[in-house]
Structure formats: structure tokens, C-alpha cells
Design a protein around this ligand. Structure first.
Ligand SMILES: Cc1cc2nc3c(=O)[nH]c(=O)nc-3n(C[C@H](O)[C@H](O)[C@H](O)COP(=O)(O)O)c2cc1C
Length: 367
């Protein structure tokens, strides 16, 4: 049987991924004052044994007010850096899976509660809340306190914070950085004409709306070692009339590629409460395909990719170079093992788990 494409290597800058499965970033709402806890060691530890090619750490605030909730992870001071370093060291001791961190600022969608407490906005005068910021003073939800529109000094503060987090990420050994420009958070808010109604050079045309996200990309690229990859996650469409659309995203992807972006991860939505998403298996793959047709850098598809044959078809037909999984790998933390077994390939298990590989099962039970 021919080797399934899903289990062939792919290169992202100097990073040689041993297969085409990456673990998407997933917030855990389990940090304390921005610091990772033992939950992260358990959660990321199991994912680091999953056989995927890359582990992406959840949206990590570059400033305290850039966190989605008060329980989000941050990488903005020595304490948050130490806490993340401890988790990474713990994982690295037992797994050689490359690790990436998603650097994020939540913009007008920050200062909310944990999803299991309802996820609503927490007012700025509450101990767990703060005043949010955005390109324009337009709230995400009419029930929210309006964000403060960022002035030039605010933009510089956030750009510098992304760069400072990138320095910390390099110091604690991250193999790559993913910049979060999707799901209605700050950088996506700049890209979308629905949330960005500025009249200065950061609003209006796509070139202007892309200016701040590109400045952040350049600042991170400069701050992170040149041999390590910097990638970007985008929402290719707002699923709204007059919102950001795939044509604009393709143009943005080209701008990123020109600036040295190493891979683009194509998600969608999250910007507007009236979005109309046609959900279904592989529903975002056509967006990845559109971006892939326009760029040379590796393109990652994500969203309701749950079956090995489905994942194989996406990379084998060239719709995308890599697939990312989130919920499927929480449900089944050995998803890549099971996909390999189903497609007739192999993942590299930890030596402690060698004897449970399917072929070994067969040998054991024959004797
Ligand atoms: C628990 C959970 C947390 C998530 N947190 C993040 C996040 O931190 N950053 C992000 O870009 N996407 C986040 N997402 C979205 C996923 O990365 C992914 O794009 C989405 O779940 C669709 O992929 P799936 O169908 O494989 O789950 C999260 C999803 C889940 C289920």
C-alpha cells in the first residue's frame, strides 16, 4: 500500500514535521494570574504523546488585558514565563514533539468569564474584569461595555508586547510561534471592516486594515530567532455581508508571505454575533484551498476534520498541506495513532508504550 500522504513529512522553515497532523490551540481557562498550572502539564503532556507532528499551546495573552478570561495563560512577565517554562521542560523530558505557542490579544472579546460559567463579559469594575480595547469603540455584543479605541501609543504598547512575548517564547524553547489573527480577536478586528471603522492609516482599505497585523507580524519575526518559524492563524471569512471575505484573506496571505510568514492556518468566523456558518465536515477546507492556490507557504486546514480518510483526502488532493485537529484529539488523545493504523502507517510511540502498537498486538496475541 502506498504511504498515506498524511504520514509523510513536511517542512515549515527549519522545522521538519514528521507527519501532516498538528494539534490546534485550545484555551483551557485553567491558569492562575496568567501562569500555567498542573492542568497544563497533564493536558499538554498527554497531547505530546499523541503522535501528532506539532503541539500548539493555547491562545496566550501578550498582556494581561489581552487574555480572553482572567483564567487564560499569559506570557507577559517573569512569573508567566517561569510557569510556562516549567510545563515545557516537563513535556520535553518525555516527548520530542515540537511545540509552538499561539500569541494573542483578545481585543474587544477580552474580559469574559470561563465558558463553563456562561462566558459572558465581566464589567471593568469587577475584580476579574477590565476595560477592553479594539480598533474602534464598537462592542462585540450590544450587551458588552464598549471597547476603548486604541490610539497610536496603545498600538505601540501592544506591538511591543507581542515582540516581548516572542523573546520570552524563544528563551523557553518554543520551536515556533503562531500569531492569532482569527476568531474575532484583536488582529482580526483590525482586518474586518465590521469592527474596524478607523479613519486613520489603520482603517479603510484592506492595505490599511492589514497594517497593524503586519506590523505585529514583523515585530514578532524580528524578535524570534531567524531559524524558527513564525506562522499566522486567520479567519478567512466573517460569514457576514460586508465582512472580511476570502478574496481579502487571500490578498492578506500574500502580504504575510512577502514578509516571511512560514505557514498560514485557515480558520473562520468569530467576529460577529450574527455570523451564518454552514457547519459540516471539512467546512473550512474550501477556504484553505483558496489560500493555497495563491501562496507557496504551507497551508493548514482545520474545522470538523474527524476521520482519518477525510484528513488523508485533504492533504492528498492538495487542498491543504497540513490538517489541524482540536476537539477530535481531546476526545481521543491517540487520534493520530488510530489514523495511522487505519491508513496503514505508523507513528512513533513513546518507548514506554511500544508494546501497544497494533502490529505488536498482533505478534503478541499470535504467540
Ligand atoms: C476547548 C477549545 C478551545 C479553543 N481555544 C482556541 C484557542 O486558544 N485559539 C484558537 O485559535 N482556537 C481555539 N479553538 C478553536 C480550535 O483551535 C479549532 O479551530 C476549532 O475547534 C475547530 O477545529 P475542530 O473541529 O478540530 O475542533 C478552541 C477550540 C476548543 C474546542
Amino acid at each position: 500500500m502506498a504511504q498515506p500522504v498524511l504520514f509523510t513529512p513536511v517542512r515549515v522553515r527549519n522545522l521538519e514535521l514528521e507527519n501532516r497532523i498538528v494539534i490546534a490551540p485550545m484555551c483551557q481557562y485553567s491558569a492562575e494570574d496568567g501562569c500555567m498550572t498542573d492542568w497544563h502539564l497533564i493536558h499538554l503532556g498527554q497531547l505530546a504523546l499523541s503522535g501528532a507532528a506539532l503541539l500548539t499551546i493555547e491562545a496566550t495573552g501578550v498582556t494581561p488585558d489581552g487574555r480572553i478570561t482572567y483564567a487564560d495563560v499569559g506570557l507577559y512577565d517573569d512569573a508567566t514565563e517561569r510557569a510556562m517554562a516549567r510545563v515545557i521542560e516537563g513535556i520535553r523530558k518525555w516527548s520530542d514533539m515540537p511545540i509552538s505557542v499561539q500569541l494573542a490579544h483578545a481585543g474587544r472579546k477580552a474580559s469574559t468569564d470561563k465558558p463553563w460559567f456562561g462566558g459572558g463579559q465581566i464589567a471593568p469594575d469587577h475584580p476579574n474584569g477590565w476595560q477592553t480595547v479594539a480598533p474602534s469603540a464598537i462592542p462585540f455584543n450590544p450587551k458588552y461595555v464598549a471597547p476603548a479605541a486604541l490610539d497610536k501609543e496603545g498600538l505601540k504598547r501592544i506591538r511591543d508586547a507581542f515582540a516581548a512575548s516572542a523573546v520570552r517564547a524563544a528563551r523557553i524553547g518554543h520551536d515556533a510561534i503562531q500569531i492569532h489573527a482569527a476568531h474575532g480577536y484583536l488582529l482580526h478586528e483590525f482586518l474586518s471592516p465590521l469592527s474596524n471603522q478607523r479613519s486613520d492609516e489603520y482603517g479603510g482599505s484592506l492595505e490599511n486594515r492589514a497594517r497593524f497585523p503586519l506590523e505585529v507580524f514583523e515585530a514578532v519575526r524580528q524578535a524570534f530567532p531567524s531559524d524558527r518559524a513564525v506562522t499566522v492563524r486567520v479567519s478567512a471569512t466573517d460569514w457576514m455581508d460586508h465582512g472580511l471575505n476570502v478574496e481579502e484573506t487571500v490578498a492578506f496571505a500574500k502580504m504575510l508571505e512577502e514578509k516571511g510568514c512560514d505557514a498560514i492556518h485557515v480558520s473562520s468566523g468569530g467576529l460577529h454575533i450574527e455570523q451564518k456558518i454552514a457547519l459540516g465536515p471539512s467546512y473550512q477546507v474550501p477556504l484553505a484551498r483558496a489560500v493555497k492556490a495563491a501562496v507557496k507557504m504551507p497551508v493548514v486546514a482545520v474545522g470538523l476534520i474527524t476521520e482519518p480518510a477525510q484528513a488523508e483526502a485533504i492533504v492528498a488532493t492538495g487542498d491543504a498541506d497540513i490538517i489541524a485537529i482540536a476537539r477530535a484529539v481531546l476526545y481521543d488523545p491517540r487520534w493520530p495513532w488510530h489514523a495511522a493504523a487505519e491508513l496503514g502507517a505508523q507513528v512513533k510511540p513513546a518507548p514506554q508504550y511500544l508494546r501497544c502498537q497494533p502490529s505488536q498486538f498482533r505478534t503478541l496475541f499470535k504467540s
